[in-house]
Design a protein around this ligand. Structure first.
Ligand code: GRG
Length: 376
């Protein structure tokens, strides 16, 4: 398979649903427990459970969850849980918040959350909160705003309303094992990661990056704390809008190349703060289609999406490309929730219990400085 290196606007903007399903099925049709020690299939073994989440969520957006070998997948996911409550990226791997979130998302997507030992998950998440409100990814203590989001979304999915007015959540059925999650401290920590340019970084003082922005904005939204953003989010929206390049794609920070995955990190962030109209959605759509893998000579799509035009497709970029198109409202795709990164229908119940507010689109426009496209 080879994809054309052209990103010309002549690519047909017709979603190759059948080809995408065939591309994704290559992964789910395998025996998941036998899987693949090969790089090109699941990237690396330690993150196999995230690859499973990307693959089946992409299939769900295409309306084809029926092709997933449900029982086999659920058994394997549950086997990845450790006695501490956290999940590893495979059953041979150590537990980590990144893979705990992917496991919980996968079980919710498959409607199998009842098989989850929620209390042990809650205790695991709570055990990783630090004195300053941040979260470590695992027992080794790396700090990164990604882990704040993984913790917040995992807690939300397993049923904890994360409101600042609750201040402390008391977690655990057995009183002797009670642990606390300090929500206000989490919000305060995330706000320390806000930069003068309106973006957020990996730790306080670190360069703004679109991936970290998504994690911070998602965490604030889950905690009902979006109102703390500078200039009602306008400064952040301006920084995000400037991620759009002349070819319609987004980069993750200034002077970097575009990558189709930022279609999600940037657009979902804008959607969460109600400013998705600050970017050129048609140009982004054309860029995502230009990243679709194509047969060597011609415009025929072969299934899968790459990071940028001409590169090889993989499940990570296929998921984020389709998720971006879903956020843009493509009618062939099931609508995705910009915070939970799951089909809206899957999280409806959770959202009803904990109605995280997404502001409706605001009236702010390009007159506020956005979106003037930066050079490629
Ligand atoms: C459930 C959607 C979802 C997310 C879970 C893991 C996670 C929480 C969020 C990851 C956010 C993040 C940091 C995304 C960026 C990924 C990426 C392409 C990083 C590449 O960074 P660099 O510095 O590349 O290598 P650039 O593009 O800056 O050159």
């Amino acid at each position: 398979m080879h994809s054309s290196s052209s990103s010309s606007s002549s690519v047909p903007l017709v979603l190759p649903r059948a080809q995408h399903v065939a591309f994704l099925r290559q992964y789910v049709d395998r025996e998941v427990t036998e899987l693949p020690r090969t790089f090109e299939l699941w990237f690396t073994e330690h993150k196999k459970i995230s690859a499973a989440y990307w693959t089946i969520t992409a299939l769900a957006l295409l309306g084809r969850l029926d092709v997933v070998p449900r029982e086999r997948l659920v058994d394997w996911v549950l086997r990845c849980q450790h006695p501490c409550g956290g999940f590893g990226g495979d059953y041979t791997q150590d537990p980590h918040l990144l893979y705990t979130l992917s496991a919980v998302q996968t079980l919710y997507l498959l409607g199998e959350e009842k098989r989850l030992d929620k209390d042990s998950v809650l205790r695991y998440v709570a055990s990783l909160q630090q004195a300053d409100g941040s979260f470590a990814g695992d027992v080794w203590g790396e700090i990164d705003t990604r882990f704040c989001f993984c913790a917040a979304l995992t807690l939300a999915l397993v049923g904890y309303p994360l409101r600042c007015d609750d201040d402390c959540l008391s977690i655990g059925v057995n009183t002797d094992q009670r642990q606390m999650v300090r929500i206000q401290a989490l919000v305060d920590y995330v706000m320390q990661c806000e930069n003068d340019d309106g973006g957020f970084g990996v730790i306080p003082g670190a360069e703004s990056h679109a991936g970290q922005v998504f994690c911070c904005v998602g965490t604030l939204a889950l905690c009902g704390a979006l109102s703390g953003l500078r200039d009602r989010g306008d400064r952040l929206a301006r920084w995000l809008a400037h991620r759009q390049l002349r070819n319609g794609g987004f980069n993750g920070r200034p002077d970097k190349l575009p990558d189709v995955c930022y279609s999600w990190w940037v657009l979902a962030s804008l959607k969460i703060i109600g400013k998705e109209h600050w970017i050129d959605g048609d140009a982004l759509e054309r860029f995502i289609f230009a990243c679709h893998a194509r047969a060597e000579h011609g415009n025929e799509y072969v299934g899968g999406v790459a990071d940028r035009p001409g590169d090889e497709p993989d499940v990570f970029h296929t998921f984020f490309g389709l998720a971006g198109l879903s956020l843009l409202g493509r009618h062939e795709l099931i609508p995705i929730d910009p915070i939970f990164a799951l089909p809206q229908g899957t999280v409806q119940g959770t959202r009803t219990r904990h109605p995280y507010e997404i502001p409706s689109s605001t009236e702010s426009t390009a007159a506020n400085g956005s979106p003037s496209q930066s050079s490629e």
